[in-house]
Design a protein. Structure first.
Lengths: 361, 290
């Protein structure tokens, strides 16, 4: 187990990167605290896997250093880092039995046979494959193979960190929950540092203590699920986390008042004047429909009932906006205005969140 | 689902049937015809039953050729398969050099067999051949026309030169199909190079290797042109393999009956060995430890 420090880390797949756009992973400084469970969340191609592969040593960064417990491992091979990693697609050794597959990482490190046998049984129980231990791995379903891969990742107890690269993509939905819960309990039990790459927000939010959101090769926000929900630091975080994502309105800001489509909207706090493209972001949960005169004019285009609540699609000045209404709320046919909960409004300049006056930046 | 029955569809198979009949069945039947008859010329034939087969089975000459043939096939398989795998493992995975190597490797495969024979025949000559001359100057006694060992070495090295590429290319194709994640996982699991080969690369190559072994076995078992051009089956009968002996018998001595019986048995032996081999390999492949 170790604290992992990224120091000025950046990576480009090009031999001689010139501009910032050439970097798949832009300069990054971060400490992964020992024993925490992190989720690395972002759309495909945002640099998540690149970062993961740099930590495990499968890739060498173009610049910067990686430290495990303040010990520089930037150029250390994977074997020396003592890391476990599970990949997106199942990797099993076809010609070996399930048992040998699980025992493989331990045997390669010369572990005591009695310990190997005991540990393999433990892991097999955890992934629910005790029955199949003596079967050849060839011909198993993708589910089962991925469970073996997960098991092989978890079989070593002394690893510095456990890395998961979208490991549940190929797993059935009901099994996903089960495995994720097991991963969590494993984390509680052994306290490994875990980094879990995913593009599924539910997975990220349920698994991790801290979620690291990446966008275009850059870490845009690191925070608890609640922070990501209430105070998205970047419009991408607002859009990517939440279902549906955060709504954005072009606005003018004057102190504690925003002007959206000509209508004055009170904000929860005052903002100092800045330049750049100003927008306010409001999550659908903080938008209310109103039949009165106050609020921003809007036209209902569609109502989707998703069971727990209703999603109301609105047209505001040509932009599509979403609002969430309770399952039992009646959507008034004459609703033509929307109002916002001032506490749920964030202000963005050029996509980055502005700190209101009085909040520590 | 209801299948449409249309007996006229059989006509669609007709061209293939005709083609196969003329290219394989009819020639084979003429051979069968010769193998059961005797002739004293004038196109007069007499029924001889399985007489020629009996004769050929007692013929020491055929058994000797068969042993030589088996030895030859065993040796070239033992060299070409591991060597081909080794070459494939060391070929670049992508980029210019990968294409370059592929083209370079394919070259020997593109040369006509009798040209390969001629190349090596000249290459090995002590008076004008680069190899023969050099060895001679180095004081190594090498003369494939008189020395049995030299003749065998020449024929084997020639075959290895000609065909290892095929094994390498097939193995290379197998290797290319392995996703990177396997190698990465192996690194994470701290597998040694040998274990990566044994548990990742070899299983993934098994299918193509089976084809490679089968192809190389059948081809080497029927080899004719190259050794015929280089050694002519000599010195003595040292490199007279089955086909060479067969041709000598059929066209040299014009013993059509025995030669036909011989070639049918030859055909059956190849069929039998290939079948046994294929069955064993596919069973190995399917064996699940349930």
């Amino acid at each position: 187990m170790a604290k992992i420090t990224l120091d000025n880390l950046a990576h480009s797949y090009l031999p001689s990167p010139t501009s910032e756009d050439d970097f798949a992973l832009k300069e990054l400084n971060h400490d992964w605290v020992d024993g925490e469970a992190y989720a690395l969340l972002g759309a495909s191609g945002c640099g998540k896997s690149t970062l993961l592969n740099i930590i495990s040593g499968l890739l060498h960064p173009s610049q910067g250093r990686i430290l495990f417990n303040d010990h520089d491992v930037t150029h250390a091979p994977t074997a020396e880092r003592n890391i476990a990693q599970v990949f997106q697609f199942p990797v099993v050794y076809d010609t070996m039995t399930v048992r040998d597959n699980l025992a493989f990482p331990l045997r390669n490190r010369g572990a005591d046979p009695a310990y190997v046998a005991e540990r393999v049984n433990q892991i097999a129980k955890m992934i629910g494959m005790e029955e199949e231990l003596n079967r050849k791995a060839r011909g198993l379903t993708a589910d089962a193979k991925q469970k073996i891969s997960l098991g092989r990742g978890m079989v070593r107890e002394d690893v510095n960190a456990l890395l998961f690269d979208e490991p549940l993509t190929v797993i059935d939905p009901h099994m996903k929950w089960e495995l994720r819960t097991q991963l969590k309990s494993l984390h509680h039990e052994f306290g490994h540092t875990m980094i879990y790459v995913t593009h599924d927000q539910t997975e990220a939010l349920t698994f991790a203590d801290k979620v690291v959101v990446m966008y275009d090769g850059r870490v845009v926000q690191i925070g608890t699920p609640q922070e990501l929900f209430e105070r998205p630091a970047h419009t991408f975080v607002g859009y990517f986390i939440g279902s549906p994502g955060m709504n954005l309105f072009d606005a003018e800001i004057d102190g504690a008042v925003a002007r959206i489509a000509g209508v004055k909207v009170p904000l929860g706090a005052g903002y100092a004047a800045t330049g750049g493209k100003l927008q306010v972001g409001v999550r659908p949960e903080f938008i209310k429909l109103s039949s009165g005169d106050a609020g921003v004019p809007a036209r209902i285009t569609r109502v989707e009932d998703v069971g727990r609540h209703k999603i109301v699609r609105l047209d505001v000045g040509g932009h599509e906006i979403s609002a969430i209404a309770g399952e039992d709320d009646n959507i008034a046919a004459d609703a033509q205005k929307i109002t916002f909960d001032p506490q749920g409004i964030n202000v963005y300049a050029d996509d980055w969140r502005l700190s209101p006056e009085g909040e520590a930046a | 689902m209801n299948k449409t029955v249309n007996q006229k569809a059989w006509f669609l198979v007709l061209p293939v049937l005709v083609l196969v009949a003329f290219s394989a069945v009819i020639p084979l039947m003429t051979v069968v015809n010769y193998s059961v008859q005797d002739t004293f010329g004038n196109n007069q034939f007499f029924w001889n039953g399985i007489g020629w087969f009996k004769d050929m089975l007692e013929e020491e000459r055929m058994w000797n050729a068969l042993w030589r043939q088996l030895t030859f096939s065993a040796i070239i398989l033992a060299i070409e398969i591991p060597l081909g795998i080794y070459v494939a493992l060391n070929m670049p995975k992508k980029g210019f050099w990968a294409s370059f190597c592929l083209v370079l490797m394919s070259l020997p495969l593109l040369i006509p067999w009798n040209v390969v024979g001629t190349i090596w025949q000249i290459f090995g000559r002590v008076d004008i051949g680069l190899l023969g001359y050099t060895l001679d100057k180095l004081g190594i006694s090498y003369n494939y026309t008189q020395d049995i060992v030299a003749a065998w070495v020449t024929v084997i090295v020639m075959d290895v030169w000609h065909w290892t590429s095929l094994v390498a290319l097939l193995a290379y194709a197998g290797l290319q199909s392995i996703p990177d994640a396997y190698y990465q996982a192996a690194k994470i699991d701290q597998a040694s190079r040998w274990k990566v080969f044994r548990y990742i690369e070899l299983p993934k190559m098994a299918g193509v290797l089976m084809i490679a072994i089968l192809l190389r076995f059948m081809d080497s078992f029927m080899i004719y042109t190259e050794p015929f051009v280089v050694t002519g089956g000599g010195p003595g009968n040292a490199t007279t393999f089955l086909s060479i002996d067969l041709v000598k018998m059929a066209l040299g001595q014009f013993d059509l009956g025995p030669a036909a019986a011989f070639s049918i048995m030859y055909f059956l032996v190849i069929l039998l060995i290939s079948w046994v081999f294929y069955t064993v390999m596919t069973n190995l492949d399917k064996r699940d430890g349930v």
